[in-house]
Write a protein that binds this ligand. Structure first.
Ligand code: NAD
Length: 294
């Protein structure tokens, strides 16, 4: 059994990006600049954004955190988005989700300039991804693909069962793994909350990508020997015995499922760190594309 070590691979990717950034500096070129917009004080969002900004600093990117109060109006947020679209110094930016309930998320994501949409959430970028065109692939599915590639996990011709059909993970990863290319060419089944025979399907899977967000949902009796497991789930489970009051767990009963698996991602330390690394990679790509466009 091989652990797909997302922490290790993400560090490698960050080192590769850092080397490119120092080359840019030596050449007197502008370095990539990522901005992050955070509305409100959601605990998990604060952690994610903080970690993205810290990662930028470590690899030599410029970064800007725009932290707006919880009661920011939709209009004010759209104005902020427009400013970022116009700001020539910003190569890419993200609007951290979820947004407060009074703001229409779709409206905000639609307002992001697709050339700066390093999260790959804009319909233009999602559409290009689905058509195999040059784009920004959302960081989580991009990270899963990169992890599979770097460990040379056999994917071609395999049966992949994806659990969860979200726009940011389940849907895009099912498209990417069914396309032509490396870590792809698979036969993909996309399952969701209305699937009636999930266990029957997961038992046939060579690879399971689990992205539903239910702690330890996938049990050992739901998978076959030799399966590859990609656990995308991240859930904070309350636990008074821990200093921070919770622990983090994935969608997979790791202890028992890992005994049957040939490859498996841990949580934490699997897909999570890859997501940040690929956001940085997208920002570097944005910088390079802006360079070649000028
Ligand atoms: P979501 O929360 O938007 O939706 C959950 C999906 O699971 C839905 O499509 C639903 O149909 C499906 N589902 C729910 N119950 C099911 C069941 N019993 N059987 C089959 N399918 C079922 O999805 P999301 O935003 O992709 O998040 C999923 C998990 O992944 C969450 O834990 C989230 O925190 C985590 N996540 C992790 C990363 C990362 O970087 N590792 C990135 C994004 C999301």
């Amino acid at each position: 059994m091989t652990i797909l070590d997302g922490k290790k691979i993400s560090n490698q990717i960050k080192e590769e990006i850092a080397a490119e950034v120092s080359q840019m500096k030596e050449n007197g070129e502008k370095v990539p600049h990522l901005a992050a917009v955070l509305v409100g004080n959601d605990g998990a969002s604060l952690t994610y954004v903080g970690s993205k900004v810290r990662s930028c600093k470590k690899i030599g990117f410029e970064s800007t955190l725009i932290h707006l109060p919880e009661d920011t109006t939709e209009e004010a947020l759209l104005e902020q988005v427009e400013q970022l679209n116009q700001d020539k110094d910003i190569d890419g930016y993200i609007v951290q989700l979820p947004l407060p309930k009074h703001i229409d998320e779709e409206k905000v994501l639609m307002a992001v300039n697709p050339d700066k949409d390093v999260d790959g959430f804009h319909p233009t970028n999602f559409g290009k991804m689905a058509l195999d065109m040059e784009t920004f692939i959302s960081a989580t599915p991009f990270g899963i693909m990169e992890l599979l590639r770097r460990y040379s996990v056999p994917v071609e011709g395999k049966h992949v069962v994806v659990i969860g059909r979200s726009h940011i993970v389940g849907r895009p990863i099912s498209i990417l793994m069914s396309q032509k290319g490396e870590a792809a060419n698979a036969t993909v089944t996309l399952t969701h909350s209305r699937t009636t025979n999930l266990k029957e399907l997961t038992l046939q899977a060579d690879i399971v990508v689990s992205a539903l967000g239910v702690p330890e949902f996938l049990k050992a009796d739901m998978v076959k020997e030799g399966v590859t497991i990609i656990d995308v789930g991240i859930t904070r489970v309350p636990d008074e015995t821990r200093e921070r009051g919770y622990y983090i767990t994935g969608d997979v009963d790791f202890e028992n499922v890992s005994k049957k698996a040939s490859f498996i991602t841990p949580v934490p330390g699997g897909v999570g760190p890859m997501t940040i690394a690929m956001l940085l990679k997208n920002t570097l790509l944005a910088r390079e594309r802006h360079n070649s466009a000028n």
